[in-house]
Design a protein around this ligand. Structure first.
Ligand code: AMP
Length: 216
């Protein structure tokens, strides 16, 4: 099954994508994670992407589209995938659809995790990340066992630059302008399913499985 996750930054796309990936045994592909891995290892792509990410802006379409289309060629994508953070613009969605159409394939469902902006701002200020292994936490909802320390690798947890309040506000503006139109894009194709992202993590996941199981 090929799934696209939609929703504002901080809506919970990453958390739900991981659970969906485990349930349907399909890879979880996060463009944000791919960019962060490239930044960490200092690749050309990472150096270019960092300039945009740190300002709360989207990485340009040409870089992002090439990256994802290459990733989708990998063997592990043959039975589907859950795309987390891609597409984020109409040209990205169109490029994905066009690439899939050449193989007579298509995205089966776009799941929109709907969360109002004031919830998002509260949530993101509590997020903590491990820059060493990529694990993420929340001071209230998913706290680490030891305050400020990663459960997985023992490194110090930080508030990522792109989760700082001023960057979050910028990201929400960018989301409204460039990414929100995708809701209508997938609705018009009859592929949109919306879940209430203000509910608990397990409730949302159950809801997503109910909405997708007939497609499996
Ligand atoms: P995320 O972890 O999905 O919130 O992504 C972190 C940052 O990576 C975003 O704020 C963007 O700057 C960049 N990014 C991730 N996915 C995309 C995409 N599909 N298009 C452009 N930029 C992206």
């Amino acid at each position: 099954m090929k799934i696209v996750m939609l929703g504002a930054p901080g809506a919970g796309k990453g958390t739900q994508s991981k659970k969906i990936s485990g349930h349907y045994k399909i890879p979880h592909i996060s463009t944000g994670d791919i960019f962060r891995a490239n930044i960490k290892s200092g690749t050309d792509l990472g150096i270019k992407a960092k300039e945009y990410i740190d300002k709360g802006l989207l990485v340009p379409d040409d870089l992002t589209i090439a990256l994802i289309l290459e990733r989708l060629q990998h063997e592990d994508c043959s039975k589907g995938y859950v795309l987390d953070g891609y597409p984020r613009t109409i040209p990205q969605a169109e490029s994905l659809d066009a690439a899939l159409a050449t193989k007579y394939e298509e995205i089966e469902v776009a799941i929109n995790i709907d969360v109002p902006n004031d919830h998002i701002i509260k949530r993101m200020s509590g997020r903590r990340a491990c820059l060493n292994c990529g694990a993420t936490y929340h001071v209230v909802t998913i706290p680490p066992k030891i305050d400020g320390i990663c459960d997985v690798c023992g490194s110090k947890l930080v508030l990522r630059d792109d989760d700082k309040p001023e960057t979050v506000e910028k990201r929400l503006k960018v989301y409204a302008q460039q990414t929100e139109p995708l809701i209508e894009y997938y609705r018009q194709k009859g592929k949109l399913k919306t879940v209430d992202g203000t509910k608990g993590m397990d409730y949302i996941f159950k809801n997503i499985i109910e909405l997708t199981m007939s497609l499996d």
